[in-house]
Design a protein around this ligand. Sequence first.
Ligand SMILES: O=C(O)CCC(=O)C(=O)O
Ligand SMILES: [Fe+2]
Length: 502
Amino acid sequence: QPVLTEALVGHCTNDDAEMCVFDLESYLDSQLKDDQEKVVPETEEDNDLDPNLQLIPGTNFKAYVRADISTFYGKEPGSRREKKPDFRGQAGKFVNMSPERVDLWWDGPSGPVLNDSLRPWTSGGTSCFPNHKFIFTKPEKPDEVLCRMTIVPDVAVYYCDPFLPPYEFHTDARARGEQLLGGGRSLDSLSAEDRAHYDAHVYNLEFGEVYKKFTGGSEWLTMYPKNPPRHKIWRADYFGQEHYVQTLETQFIEIPPAEEIYELSRFDMRRGEDESIALSENRSPGLMNITIKALSCAPRAFEIKNFLSDIEVDHILDIVQQKELERSTTNGHLSSTRTSTTTWLSRNSDLIVDAVFRRVADALRINEALLRDRDADELENFPTRSRINEDLQIVHYDVGQEYQAHHDFSMPKETLDVPGRSINLCLYLNNVIEGGETSFPRWRNAETGESLKVKPEKGKAMIFYMVNPDGNLDDLTQHAALPVIAGEKYFANIWIHDPVRS
Ligand SMILES: O=C(O)CCC(=O)C(=O)O
Ligand SMILES: [Fe+2]
């Protein structure tokens, strides 16, 4: 994404100690917004007008401030009191502020468990709990510990900075539970390029302190400067808020003859918006009305009941039956925290799957062409030609299988803004007899410390936005697939990246 990185570098020089003045407005203006050309203007819905997006004085950065909980109930600020979640988990991000590669380990009760290998100046992260211990070591040498980090409640970002004098820490770093072994290296030994990386981290760390104070406690999990998300985010100002979308991509009410639902070529997928929908004789006539209803404001989660027809779900499951499901992974590795099985379906599998993706695009108010690879004459000014989504990831759970609390995003590895997952539109493909809910244990509310549980219902969609309107990753999107107690569960993820997929 040289385009993005160059734009960022061009807009911000951080060689002085002053706060970077990064002109988001002009950056956005300089980007063509034709991917949103289908969007009907919706003034009161615009994120620009979200009262929680507020300018940090001295910067051009609009931060997403934590809303007063009362507003989630449409009540006067201060009239409701927030309940603390029973769940204590949180994100942990660990920054390698050194010019060498290091290994990141969770130092668990039965010894170190490798989490990631971090190139110089990059970071890694995972879901964790207070008092969990993490270490950086020399590569493949769990005994040669460089830094220890103990998770402190409400502190998500930990810096391992070998250039600080021993026993010194960055702002409030003692509270961060960092313990540096060694340290006191000289910055003079760094090349100019490495020094720029180092400075970028220090600068980001300082921005993070300002951001946390300004927003009322949100940890800055990404890299400043960062653009706001490019793709639309539905507002969730209060519980039950509804948005309405009409789409031409109506539901299939019968399965077309097999020869008519062939695999699509790149050319087939280009079907113009003015052309009629595919296989209309097998679908509901007219327009489909979609109601998107807020289940949670923070994290921002919605449901769409009956998003898929039974015919469509059965068809997807028929394709899945012909595939071999394999043990699911996290971060590309087998993990005891995710015990389900997985397979993938691409949009061009057939016309029905393609229709589902077109409906997904409409529900998210994203141009469908962004959800497939494009020719050079399509959305010409969009920074890339490749799709911004992942294939449909099908997940199957037998009794007892689950996915413990986690985030779907990964911590930005690079020093500068990097693209990443931003939206998950998930699909429930059957009714589960008992258990198997998707749970958001950290949803902000004034009623209960228990998690929000989204019940699997055949054909229902659930959307959550893991990037906030200011571009920060939303730690509160931590979620779990609760164990299936009786029956089985079929589920699907569609991840969308913002602004592009790396
Ligand atoms: O199965 C679910 O309800 C959620 C699955 C999930 O979180 C995931 O696959 O990332
Ligand atoms: Fe997930």
